[in-house]
Design a protein around this ligand. Structure first.
Ligand SMILES: [Zn+2]
Length: 269
């Protein structure tokens, strides 16, 4: 079944869905929403794979979030058990998060980059795209600039074996252009339904480099702000992107599904 919407980043295996997961799944079927369940550590990666295995329209990524679980280190041999699974479509969410760091935080940044690089090499080795979490210090694009520099230098070495998406993108046109130049896409969340500061970068983005995500259970769009998010709400994000870009909603829907399938489902085509 061709989906109408592709929510490229959600977490339906989190405890926030313990009460009503079945209802959410029915709604997703009715609205033809496919999604990628994203792992943030070993346990949630395993859950994401097992969930995708038994649910049509679900895929999984495996990886270690930069700050969610600081006690875990990325184990290449443990995660390798999942890398060949037919429903595993990416590595992540992995990356760097400077949002809550105090001062220079040299050691913590070093730890985050070390964990990210292990996952970047892992993704290249297993020919999988990266689902990158990259969050700068408030009011800056520092983490994006460093990430762009790191990816550009790796891209020079390995070319398109390095590929992926910048999840929950909150950067500006300058950094977006650098990611697009090496083939990385950017995905936007429900935040674009109420905040106007991303309009410029969305208008700048080529339509084939855009993706949409809910990041459910977080980041609910208008009219559900403050409530728990869920993948069926992806349509509000898609509608907002179409409005901001001044494009037809139907054309936008088709482009977003095609983009998600190109980047994440290439091994299925
Ligand atoms: Zn997430």
């Amino acid at each position: 079944m061709t989906p109408q919407y592709f929510d490229i980043h959600s977490h339906v295996t989190f405890k926030e869905y313990d009460q009503d997961l079945e209802e959410v799944l029915v709604r997703m079927q009715e609205e033809r929403v496919h999604t990628i369940t994203v792992g943030v550590d070993y346990a949630t990666s395993k859950e994401a794979v097992e969930f995708a295995e038994t649910h049509e329209g679900f895929y999984a990524t495996i990886g270690l979030h930069p700050t969610d679980t600081v006690t875990e280190t990325f184990s290449v041999s443990e995660y390798a058990k999942f890398a060949k699974h037919p429903k595993v479509v990416g590595v992540g969410e992995c990356g760097v998060d400077y949002f809550r760091l105090e001062g220079d935080a040299v050691e913590e940044k070093k730890r985050q980059w070390n964990e990210f690089e292990k996952q970047m090499y892992f993704a290249i080795e297993h020919d999988l795209p990266l689902m990158i979490h990259c969050r700068p210090k408030k009011g800056t694009v520092d983490a994006y600039e460093e990430m762009a520099t790191r990816l550009e230098s790796e891209f020079k070495q390995v070319g398109e074996k390095l590929r992926g998406n910048m999840h929950f993108f909150v950067g500006n046109v300058d950094v977006a252009r650098r990611f697009y130049d090496i083939g990385f896409t950017t995905s936007f969340t429900g935040v674009v339904t109420f905040a106007r500061e991303y309009d410029e970068v969305i208008q700048f983005a080529p339509i084939n480099m855009l993706m949409t995500e809910t990041d459910a259970p977080y980041a609910s769009p208008v009219p559900f702000r403050g409530k728990r998010n869920q993948p069926p709400y992806i349509k509000y994000v898609v509608d907002a992107l179409a409005r901001i870009k001044g494009s037809d909603v139907g054309i936008m829907e088709k482009a977003l599904v095609a983009n998600a399938e190109r980047v994440f489902l290439s091994r299925f085509s």
